[in-house]
Design a protein. Structure first.
Length: 246
């Protein structure tokens, strides 16, 4: 498949996803930049609340999706302590509020560090984890009892950066499949007050960095020739990432 000037429409685009957008929304915008029928996909969903790195695959490179999934990820953001919501983030309905215990940054650093390793916790009710072929969020949205689906999260590092009650600023490195919403709740439960994600930003996916991404509007504003050149330049980067992946 070729675009303007016969340049092949294939490659990768690193997007800085805006808040309030689903990953599917971003893909829909990208499709409009290419000839009809061009496939566009991504290597891992970001919640609407989250911003940051979305790795988009274009044309024949969408076939690489399965091989590029499973890469480690890095996030930064804030966790609001003293509250629980039904979604695990502040976009949800508050289901519990508790007074904060005496907390300081030193204790929060220690509690985050203690969760490095394998963490066992159920998947969030509002997640795409499936039960009998249906994602859990379908059960939750219909008011049905949400099946408990056990999940293992692997945390490589978790650092508390600052504390301005009730907001904890943190940075987290983890394996693919980890729900930061779940970890926020686990941390809140350990502290005895509950916790929920208030902001979240994905900084990296494997070797791909947010620093190399463009905002969605920036991608949309690129001249066709520059967009094609960006795709061509991404091909050796993709090849290197695939060779490095175990």
């Amino acid at each position: 498949m070729t675009g303007a000037g016969g340049v092949p429409v294939a490659g990768m685009l690193l997007i800085d996803k805006p808040a309030g957008w689903t990953s599917h929304d971003c893909v829909a915008v990208l499709r409009k930049l290419f000839p009809r029928g061009t496939k566009v996909g991504h290597t891992g969903t970001l919640d609407p609340l989250a911003t940051g790195l979305l790795v988009a695959l274009i044309g024949p490179c969408t076939k690489l999706q399965a091989r590029l999934q499973g890469m480690d990820k890095t996030y930064s953001g804030t966790i609001r302590l003293g509250v629980k919501t039904d979604t695990g983030d502040i976009t949800g309905k508050t289901v519990e509020e508790k007074a904060l215990p005496a907390l300081d940054l030193a204790r929060l650093k220690a509690e985050c560090a203690a969760l490095v390793g394998t963490v066992d916790a159920p998947a969030p009710a509002y997640s795409a984890v499936k039960h009998q072929g249906r994602p859990l969020y379908e059960y939750a949205r219909k008011g049905l009892e949400v099946p408990v689906k056990a999940r293992q999260s692997v945390v490589h590092s978790w650092e508390a950066l600052s504390w301005d009650a009730p907001e904890l600023t943190h940075r987290l490195s983890c394996e693919s499949g980890t729900y930061v919403r779940t970890l926020a709740e686990v941390l809140g439960d350990k502290l005895g007050c509950g916790g929920t994600v208030s902001t979240l930003r994905r900084e990296s996916v494997g070797p791909f960095l947010l620093a190399d991404a463009l905002p969605l509007d920036g991608i949309r504003a690129l001249p066709a020739a520059e967009l094609a050149q960006r795709l061509l330049a991404s091909l050796p980067v993709l090849e290197k990432a695939l060779k490095a992946k175990p």
